[in-house]
Write a protein that binds this ligand. Structure first.
Ligand code: ADQ
Length: 518
């Protein structure tokens, strides 16, 4: 069996890549290296080039887009129609029939190119909303291989999605997949509802029948490489990475609240800045004692809504700083740079509060990274939006409604005042969840469901590597084990842990730097 991964963006690894690659890209590349395989997608460039590069037993096959394709397929239908509507933002959804035609055209072109590269025993794993109709196009060309799809962002209910012209036609193409993976149970329910309501499909448990095809739908909450992140955080403190040293010098003993996001309206950055301002207004005694560091590198700047958000976040931060700041204290710092994983892990570890308040998010990896980076002996507190998929697993965070500025402001206060014993208790439970449902667990579980081969037995995939552990963390591991945590690589225990994680919560839930599959 060979694995074929298809994603909107493909980054061919070079010698610098290790420093910036995120967990997802690395996890997919590891899976490809294990089976031998092919990674196919857009090069990220505009032009007419198509090329294949061999790295070990993995072939990277990339193609450029024309400027018209980039406008219609990528910026137009994917990012101005599908992205907002999937994030429940009907008001921001801009539908153009020509964009939709461009979207279908690129999927058709990808299918034509890919069909020629596929071998009979390949298993194909397609990623994200840019490529929803790709399997249907492959089937039209006679491809009968097993094809899976993973949707990284939320899937809204049928009455929201139904407002998008051609949504029924688009949703119908999903029947070409054998397995559809979503981030949460809510997304699975919405998807099944959409297939039934918009396309007249028949539901049988987690399977949906449409015409001659049967598709399995399942939630696979994505994780991070917890162990790697924990090690990076510890190392960044030991080595005092430059931006951290500077932050330490400029903050002194002041507390730090941190937000890290791509500059995207789904992440609730402007609302978060307002909530921090509200916190300082309601609790004047806190002024001068704490700052918010918001790291938000711009993304998709060619889309007008993103340029507007950039302007608004500057404006709100400027207004609050002018209103509340002192000559020796700046309440809010907005930084628009991408940082290395090490620096980012160090910032998380330095911050007493991780403020993760998206208005809607498929999962949100920052929430998991923040927990992974904490010092087990003196951890910070995660404040998490109930509308992030991560909230379904991470019920021990302070769960908030990001639309309620006062509620978020009070959660910041509660987090800053939380006694150490409670911080440690919450941290241990959160760490247990993210550790037992890490990126390796996610990848194995998905591929097991897609291939039908029980990878956890080691029949196809060797057991995962376990990293060297340092002293400080054995405490956490011991705490986890005492609570019945899984041994890494034991998928059976992990499955139980994620089920528990889901129950724990009171609420359901590009071209970017470290999630480069989009
Ligand atoms: P994204 O919308 O990109 O992903 P998220 O899950 O938060 O959102 O991942 C962002 C990643 O970018 C994190 O790994 C973070 O560390 C990194 N990042 C952010 N700012 C950075 C900076 N300044 N420097 C360096 N790295 C930075 C989509 C969905 C999510 C889903 C993921 C994975 O929108 O809901 O969790 O896919 O499936």
């Amino acid at each position: 069996m060979r694995l074929v991964v298809v994603s909107n963006r493909v980054t061919i690894p070079d010698r610098y890549e290790k420093a910036t690659a995120g967990g997802l890209a690395v996890a997919l590349r590891e899976a490809l290296e294990k089976y031998g395989g092919l990674w196919f997608g857009w090069s990220g460039a505009v032009g007419e080039d198509t090329r294949q590069v061999q790295r070990g037993n993995v072939t990277y096959a990339v193609t450029d887009l024309t400027e018209a394709e980039r406008q219609s397929y990528y910026l137009g239908f994917s990012n101005r129609a599908l992205w907002p509507i999937m994030h429940y933002r009907l008001g921001l959804t801009e539908f153009q029939r020509s964009d939709y035609m461009g979207y279908l055209g690129v999927n058709r072109r990808f299918a034509r190119a890919l069909a020629g590269l596929i071998q009979p025993d390949d298993v194909i794993w397609i990623h994200d909303y840019h490529l929803i109709p790709l399997a249907a196009e492959l089937r039209r060309r006679g491809v009968t291989n097993r094809i899976g799809y993973f949707h990284h962002i939320p899937w809204p209910s049928a009455d929201v999605l139904g407002a998008l012209p051609f949504s029924a036609t688009l949703v119908r193409t999903l029947a070409a997949y054998d397995l559809i993976g979503m981030q949460t149970e809510l997304d699975v329910r919405n998807l099944i509802g959409g297939l039934v309501d918009l396309c007249g499909a028949r539901q049988e448990g987690r399977r949906v029948r449409l015409g001659a095809r049967e598709t399995l739908m399942q939630a696979f909450p994505i994780g991070i490489d917890v162990e790697a992140f924990r090690r990076l955080a510890a190392a960044s403190v030991r080595r005092a990475v430059t931006p951290l040293r500077a932050t330490r010098e400029s903050l002194g003993e002041r507390k730090l609240v941190i937000g890290v996001d791509r500059l995207d309206y789904s992440k609730g950055i402007v609302q978060r800045l307002e909530a921090f301002g509200q916190f300082l207004l309601s609790h004047p005694e806190q002024r001068g004692n704490v700052s918010l560091l918001q790291i938000a590198p711009p993304s998709r700047s060619d889309v007008p809504e993103y340029a507007e958000l950039d302007r608004m976040s500057d404006e709100v931060a400027g207004r609050l700083n002018a209103q509340l700041g002192e000559f020796d204290w700046t309440p809010i710092r907005v930084v628009k740079k991408a940082y290395s994983r090490t620096a980012l892990a160090g910032f998380y570890r330095r911050a007493q509060v991780g403020l993760v308040t998206p208005m809607r998010d498929g999962m949100n990896l920052v929430a998991k990274e923040y927990v992974a980076a904490q010092d087990p002996a003196d951890p910070g507190v995660l404040v998490l939006s109930r509308f992030a998929g991560a909230a379904q697993q991470m019920g021990e965070a302070l769960i908030v409604n990001p639309y309620d500025t006062h509620e978020v402001a009070e959660a910041i206060r509660t987090a800053l005042a939380m006694p150490k014993s409670e911080r440690i208790r919450r941290f241990e439970q959160l760490y247990h969840v993210i550790e037992t449902t890490d990126i390796d667990w996610w990848r194995r579980r998905y591929l097991e469901a897609l291939t039908g081969v029980p990878l956890s037995t080691g029949a196809v995939e060797p057991p995962r590597k376990t990293g060297t552990r340092t002293k400080g963390d054995s405490a956490t591991r011991r705490a986890s084990r005492a609570k019945g945590a899984a041994v890494p690589g034991r998928t059976d225990t992990k499955s139980r842990a994620v089920a528990a994680g889901h129950k724990a919560s009171p609420h359901p839930g590009d071209a970017g730097h470290s999630t480069p599959v989009r």
